[in-house]
Design a protein around this ligand. Structure first.
Ligand code: PLP
Length: 403
């Protein structure tokens, strides 16, 4: 019997979406299909299938195969959208929809706390191609967005919480202002939803295009780069798919297959890491060395009220701001003293990370709200008491470094 997924719980849907049992003769998982050339029995058949481009028929490797389509379906399900395009990295999931929906002469709004390479793309290639970007304070309200919009504004970009600094955005207010300001269908609200994953349902809050660095929790093991772009209307799918295809966007079927495998256990990993992250965050918030813990799910943290209104949970990535008497160098010594936390970019894997981030905070619109050094923590699947003991000895190094 065909399953009706719409009424099932999140974990059930993670287990059962993207499995077409009939095509794999009873195996649980979809096949790993590799290929570039597709052979046709006749020229006429080639022409017939060529006319079905964009539908799920094998025409050429770039169009994807059952492996890609299964992953597309699971991510669309996670995000609550209708269609998803898989691309080669999280960064490609940022740049592909921007190139698909923007054109020369357009104007875009982007939050000051955006993922750094997204800012670089706007200030570099998009500017060179004639797209102008205005950066805005991420904690803006609807009226603020309205005031910044121009007749040629076609994309309002969002990311919540912000990269490194975790500002929570009022996405419903921003989306409403954006959609009210332009011609119908004229303005697209895009969101980098990598932190929210399924805890933020973008399409219920007015977002048109949702971006995920599936490299993070979906892949979940720090060994794959992959991205997804999800939309919720046929019209947006046509634009996104045409753009993605024109750019030659593609992800290896091996990586798609492994990401699918990661997604099957993402629910339990995320639930565990959410609780572990909060435990560590609460412990840090009570420490004398710490000025603020930038964890939206922590009561009293910046953005907590908006998080509580719009999110159903949290992942295990958050920031720590040390008191201003500690130097940036002492925060480096802290990170280097940790034995169980690696110093590294990316996140969402099974292992914990600590990354000093003071140098990554670039503010051209909002000004910096941080007086002390910043460190970003990712909490993995280790035992929390071990992580806390490690942080405790790291803090001793921070203190002994001098002020
Ligand atoms: C990591 C990240 C990306 C980019 O993902 P890659 O797969 O590393 O290219 C995009 N957005 C956010 C918010 C990220 O944290």
């Amino acid at each position: 019997m065909e399953k009706d997924h719409s009424k099932l719980g999140f974990h059930t849907r993670l287990s059962h979406t993207g499995r077409n049992d009939k095509t794999v003769h009873g195996f649980v998982n979809p096949p790993l299909l590799r290929g570039s050339t597709v052979l046709y029995p006749t020229v006429a058949e080639r022409k017939r299938l060529g006319g079905m481009r964009g539908q799920r028929v094998l025409t050429y490797g770039l169009g994807g195969s059952a492996t890609h389509w299964a992953l597309e379906d699971v991510i669309a399900e996670v995000e609550g959208g209708t269609r998803c395009a898989i691309v080669c990295s999280g960064l490609a999931a940022v740049t592909t929809p921007l190139l698909a929906f923007l054109k020369s002469g357009d104007h875009m709004l982007m939050p000051d706390s955006v993922y750094g390479p997204a800012r670089n793309f706007a200030e570099g290639m998009l500017k060179r191609f004639g797209v102008e970007t205005t950066f805005y304070d991420p904690v803006i309200d609807g009226a603020g967005i309205t005031a910044l919009m121009r007749p040629n504004t076609t994309v309002v970009y969002t990311e919540s919480p912000g990269s490194h600094t975790f500002e929570v955005q009022d996405i419903p207010a921003i989306a409403q202002a954006a959609h009210a300001g332009g011609a119908p269908g004229g303005i697209k609200v895009m969101m980098d939803n990598t932190w929210g994953i399924h805890h933020f349902q973008p399409f219920k809050h007015g977002v048109d295009v949702s971006i995920q660095a599936a490299t993070k929790y979906p892949a979940g093991h720090s060994d794959i780069l992959i991205g997804s772009v999800t939309v919720n209307s046929e019209e947006d799918w046509q634009t996104l798919h045409a753009g993605s295809r024109a750019l030659g966007q593609y992800a290896s079927p091996d990586d798609c297959w492994l990401t699918l495998r990661g997604l099957r256990t993402m629910g339990v990993r995320l639930a565990h890491q959410e609780q572990a992250g909060l435990e560590v965050a609460r412990w840090l918030a009570a420490r004398p060395e710490v000025a603020r813990v930038l964890h939206p799910a922590l009561p009293g943290a910046p953005g907590h009220d908006l998080w509580k209104r719009d999110f159903t949970g949290a992942c295990s990535l958050f920031g720590v701001e040390f008191k201003p008497e500690y130097s940036v160098e002492s925060s480096h010594a802290f990170a280097e003293a940790l034995a169980l936390f690696g110093i590294g970019a990316s996140w969402g894997g099974f292992e914990s990370l600590a990354l000093p981030t003071t140098g990554f905070v670039n503010r051209t619109a909002a000004g910096s709200h941080f007086d002390g050094p910043l460190v970003r923590l990712h909490i993995g699947l280790e035992d929390v008491p071990d992580l806390i003991a490690d942080l405790e000895q790291g803090l001793a190094v921070l203190r002994s470094f001098g002020r």
